[in-house]
Design a protein around this ligand. Structure first.
Ligand code: 4AD
Ligand code: MG
Length: 461
């Protein structure tokens, strides 16, 4: 049974006895009554309990209560006379479950997000992180719903892997070898054949390659899991551990993939806003004014599509001075991505057909011999939230590319095999889950949309 504050606040009418359990967000003792605001994380608002001095435990318990205590309160649910709340509780029983020591660091005043990051064990009790956690939950549900409704099979791709899905070498090693004195071969190199998996293993950077396996048997699949990158990027958009959503579709080209990405994102925006109206009200008031209106506008208009070559012309001709100079062949930097989305089209934009040289080995080689069937979805405020592509499904082309890029051919034997046994054109993308939460909430730093951010130099909590 749902006995949360959310469910109590959703009741049609006051009346009846209720029991709530949670943490005190604020406590106010006035002369002849105490106001106790309790939150349990189920929704943005708390529920206020009013405790009168007639309660037998008034002096011994109620007057001792302070912010951060955990409590159980029973009482009658009544219409509230106060502003901004529908119901309150007239307490008939107040139990202190766990006291909060005097140095409880979350006080009523606003704390900076930087300060709250040092309190990873307590910050989920704040309005901001509280809202973020509920929105993450609603987005998870919305993502699964979208794919389930569109005939996709959820695939659990592995976390430990022998292959580098992006070929970029940004992987964390998983090893049980003695770090101080690993076994070495005759050549002096570490002998990973003696390691746990019999070869050098890592945490995955993407579930894509395995999703391709499953797409070539189950047609439409998606993964939704943690991914890891050891890139040393201290930015507001990078985490070393983040969640990625990766659909992979057989018999699909770049165009159809872009359509999928657009309808997927719009559906997620709509569902999450509908599920968490109070949290979005908060983001709109406190984090990014206008966010609700702009998300609603995005959900009901079409995304712009611009080929990379055209995007470069736009950037070259826009008269803006970029820190990183623009020229055909560069990888778009965050400042370029944001210019395109924020200033040029003022809504999400899908950039397609990037130069082959700056993209991963598995992308479909276009007929022009220079570009690949890649696409990135760029949004205002954040930049890239989706990266994807049509895959190179032609065996010889893929093999050539793996060789040209100097990747270890033998490690991709099964990936190449898929191109020998019933290959089909197929395509997929990866959505950075934290990036999309950042975009929806307007939060400036990705470390504040992940409950437990892992970044260079920090994996606390
Ligand atoms: O563009 P990326 O690197 O693409 C891939 O990994 C493909 N294998 C996906 C696929 O086609 N199945 O990463 C995909 C998305 C990015 O667009 C970004 O949103 C997010 O993952 N991302 C990160 N998010 C947080 N921290 C990081 N360090 C990220 N790196 C990528
Ligand atoms: Mg990318």
């Amino acid at each position: 049974m749902d006995d949360s504050i959310k469910s109590i606040l959703a009741r049609e009418a006051a009346g009846g006895s209720v029991v709530i359990r949670g943490w005190l967000r604020t406590v106010r003792h006035s002369k002849n009554v105490s106001f106790l605001e309790v939150t349990d994380g189920s929704c943005f608002s708390g529920l206020q309990a009013v405790a009168a001095p007639e309660l037998p435990e008034y002096e011994s318990c109620v007057l001792e209560l302070g912010t951060g205590c955990s409590v159980e309160i029973e009482g009658e649910l009544v219409e509230s006379r106060g502003k901004g709340q529908r119901y309150e509780i007239h307490a008939s029983r107040v139990v202190l479950v766990g006291a909060a020591a005097d140095d409880y660091p979350l006080q009523k005043k606003r704390h900076s997000l930087e300060f709250l990051r040092t309190l990873g064990h307590l910050r989920t009790r704040t309005n901001t992180l509280g809202a973020v956690l509920r929105v993450r939950n609603a987005a998870t549900v919305a993502i699964h719903n979208f794919f389930q409704e569109h005939g996709f099979i959820n695939l659990h791709s592995p976390i430990i892997t022998l292959s580098d899905a992006e070929g970029a070498g940004e992987m964390f090693r998983v090893s049980t070898l003695n770090a101080e004195a690993p076994p070495r071969g005759d050549d002096g190199k570490v002998d990973f054949s003696q390691d746990f998996f019999g070869s050098e293993a890592h945490l995955t950077v993407s579930g894509q390659l395995e999703a391709e396996i499953a797409a070539l048997s189950h047609s439409k699949v998606y993964t939704f899991g943690p991914t890891f990158r050891s890139e040393n990027s201290n930015t507001t958009r990078h985490l070393a551990e983040f969640w990625m959503v990766e659909p992979e579709v057989a018999f699909c080209d770049l165009n159809a993939l872009a359509e999928l990405a657009e309808s997927f994102l719009k559906s997620v925006f709509r569902d999450v806003m509908a599920a968490c109206p109070d949290d979005f009200e908060f983001f709109d008031q406190r984090i990014q004014p206008g966010i609700i209106e702009s998300l609603e506008a995005i959900a009901s208009s079409s995304f712009e599509r611009i080929p990379y070559t055209e995007a470069i012309s736009i950037l070259e001709g826009c008269g803006k001075k970029f820190e990183f100079p623009v020229q055909w062949g560069i990888d778009l930097q965050s400042e370029h991505e944001r210019y395109l989305a924020e200033e040029h089209v003022k809504r999400p934009v899908i950039v397609t057909d990037y130069p082959a040289d700056i993209k991963a080995f598995y992308m479909y080689q276009n007929d022009d011999g220079k570009t690949v069937g890649a696409m990135d979805v760029l949004v205002p405020g954040v930049g890239e939230i989706i990266g994807g592509s049509q895959r190179e499904h032609r065996h010889d082309r893929l093999l050539q590319c793996i060789r040209d890029m100097g990747l270890p051919e033998e490690e991709y034997w099964w990936y190449l095999d898929l191109r020998r046994f019933g290959t089909v054109p197929h395509a997929g993308f990866g959505l950075g889950f934290e990036r999309v939460i950042q975009f929806m909430s307007g939060m400036a730093n990705i470390r504040d949309v992940s409950p437990f951010p892992r970044v260079p130099g920090n994996a606390s909590f």
